[in-house]
Design a protein around this ligand. Structure first.
Ligand SMILES: *[C@@H]1O[C@H](CO)[C@@H](O)[C@H](O)[C@H]1NC(C)=O
Ligand SMILES: *[C@@H]1O[C@H](CO)[C@@H](O)[C@H](O)[C@H]1NC(C)=O
Length: 355
C-alpha cells in the first residue's frame, strides 16, 4: 500500500469507503483519484446549449481537447489528441461553473483554483474520482454517454441531509485545514450552500454524479433522466453500495468532482463589511445551491471498465498509463469566445442573470 504514504488525502478518503479489500484486487472497491488540469475557461456548454457561442454562463473545463461548442455524440477518445487528465486513456470532459468574488465596490473577480492535496503542479482544474463497490459490479459508460448533475437554477436546499449531491467545505487553515476526507457527508464541515464564514484555507466544492443508469440511453433531453441516484438519495463514498432503483437498474461507476478554490487571494479591504459572503457562481447564484457539473465520457476502449474491475486505487492503475504533470498541463483548447473573464469585471461574463 505504497500510495497510502504518498498521499494523505487518499488515506483519509480510504477511511471513508465501505469496509472490504480495496487496493488489493480480489473483488475489492475501486477508487481512481486523479487530477485534470484546466483545458479551457470559456462560455460554452456543449451539453445544455450545443452549438451556442457564447452559452449563458462561464465554465471551467478539464479533460480532452475535443471540447468545443458541440461535442459529437461519437467516441470522443478518437477525436481528442491530448488530455489534461493524468491518465493518458481519459479523454473525457468534465466542467463546472466558475466561482467569482464580489468586492466591496461591486466588481467581480474570478477565484483562482489550486492543485489538490497530493496533486502538486496541477494547473487548477478538477480532481476526478471514479468509484465502484467491487469487481464486475459496475458497467462502464459507452461512447457517446453524457450526463449532468445538479441544477443551475436551484436556489434552495434539496433537503437530502447528509446525502447531499453537491457541497462546499470551508477550510479554516492552510493546507486544506488538514481535512480533505469525506466529501459531502460530514454534517459538521460540509454545507449545501456557500459557507457563511470567511474561509482562510479556501473553499472546496464537491459534486457527485448519479451512479445508476437505465441501461439504454446515452443521454436524455434534460441530460439527467437516463441516470438516477441509488435509493436513499444522492450517494457518497460511504454509500457507493446503495441499491439502484428498478427504473435505473444498471450500476455505473460513481463519478465525483472536487474543486479547490483559493479564496485567500482577496485583500481584507475588499471583503464585505456586513458579514455577508461575497461568492457567486458564474451563473449569478449567490447561494451555492445551483452548483452543477457536466460529464462527457471519453475513456479509450474498455480502459475504464478494466480499472473498475481491477480494484484500481488512486492515481495509478495496472493497464493504464499516466503522463507527467508538465505534459498534461500543456494540453489546451483554443478559447473561441471573444470576451474578457479575468481581472475586476463590472458584471459576470454573460451578465450572471441566474441561468
Ligand atoms: C467540434 O468538433 C467537431 C470535431 O471534433 C467538429 O466536427 C465540429 O464542427 C466542431 N464544432 C464547433 C462548433 O466547433
Ligand atoms: C474595485 O475594487 C478592486 C479591488 O480593490 C479595484 O482593483 C478596482 O479598481 C475597483 N474598481 C472600481 C471601479 O472602483
Amino acid at each position: 500500500m505504497v500510495w497510502l504514504s504518498s498521499s494523505l488525502a487518499l488515506a483519509a478518503l480510504a477511511r471513508a469507503l465501505p469496509q472490504g479489500g480495496f487496493g488489493g484486487g480480489g473483488g475489492g472497491t475501486a477508487m481512481l483519484r486523479f487530477g485534470c488540469s484546466q483545458v479551457v475557461i470559456e462560455r460554452l456548454d456543449p451539453l445544455v446549449n450545443p452549438g451556442l457561442n457564447p452559452s449563458p454562463h462561464l465554465h471551467q473545463v478539464v479533460g480532452g481537447n475535443a471540447f468545443n461548442a458541440s461535442i459529437a455524440s461519437t467516441d470522443v477518445s478518437k477525436l481528442a489528441t491530448c488530455t489534461t487528465c493524468s491518465f493518458d486513456q481519459d479523454f473525457s470532459n468534465y466542467w463546472t461553473a466558475n466561482l467569482y468574488f464580489k468586492a466591496r465596490n461591486g466588481t467581480y473577480k474570478r477565484v483562482p483554483q489550486i492543485a489538490n492535496q497530493g496533486l502538486n503542479g496541477d494547473n487548477g482544474g478538477i480532481t476526478v474520482y471514479y468509484t465502484s463497490p467491487g469487481s464486475k459490479q459496475t458497467t462502464a459508460f459507452k461512447p457517446g454517454f453524457r450526463m449532468l448533475a445538479g441544477d443551475s437554477m436551484r436556489r434552495k436546499s434539496q433537503g437530502l441531509g447528509k446525502n447531499m449531491q453537491s457541497c462546499f467545505r470551508c477550510y479554516t487553515g492552510p493546507n486544506f485545514g488538514g481535512n480533505v476526507a469525506s466529501p459531502c457527508f460530514d454534517a459538521k464541515l460540509d454545507t449545501e450552500t456557500f459557507p457563511a464564514n470567511k474561509c482562510p484555507g479556501g473553499i472546496r466544492s464537491n459534486i457527485i454524479f448519479p451512479n445508476c443508469w437505465d441501461g439504454k440511453n446515452l443521454d436524455s433531453p434534460n441530460h439527467m433522466d437516463h441516470v438516477a441516484h441509488p435509493e436513499g438519495g444522492p450517494t457518497s463514498f460511504a454509500v457507493v453500495n446503495g441499491k439502484c432503483p428498478s427504473t435505473h437498474p444498471v450500476k455505473i461507476p460513481q463519478v465525483h468532482l472536487e474543486i479547490m478554490w483559493d479564496t485567500t487571494v482577496f485583500a481584507k479591504e475588499d471583503w464585505p463589511t456586513d458579514g455577508t459572503q461575497p461568492f457567486y457562481l458564474s451563473t449569478g447564484d449567490n447561494t451555492g445551491y445551483g452548483q452543477h457539473a457536466d460529464y462527457v465520457f471519453g475513456w479509450k476502449d474498455d480502459t475504464l471498465q478494466k480499472a473498475m474491475d481491477g480494484a484500481c486505487f488512486g492515481a495509478t492503475c495496472k493497464g493504464l498509463t499516466t503522463q507527467q504533470t508538465k505534459v498534461k498541463n500543456q494540453c489546451s483548447v483554443k478559447n473561441t469566445v471573444n470576451e474578457n473573464t479575468e481581472g475586476w469585471l463590472a458584471e459576470l461574463p454573460g451578465g450572471g442573470n441566474g441561468v
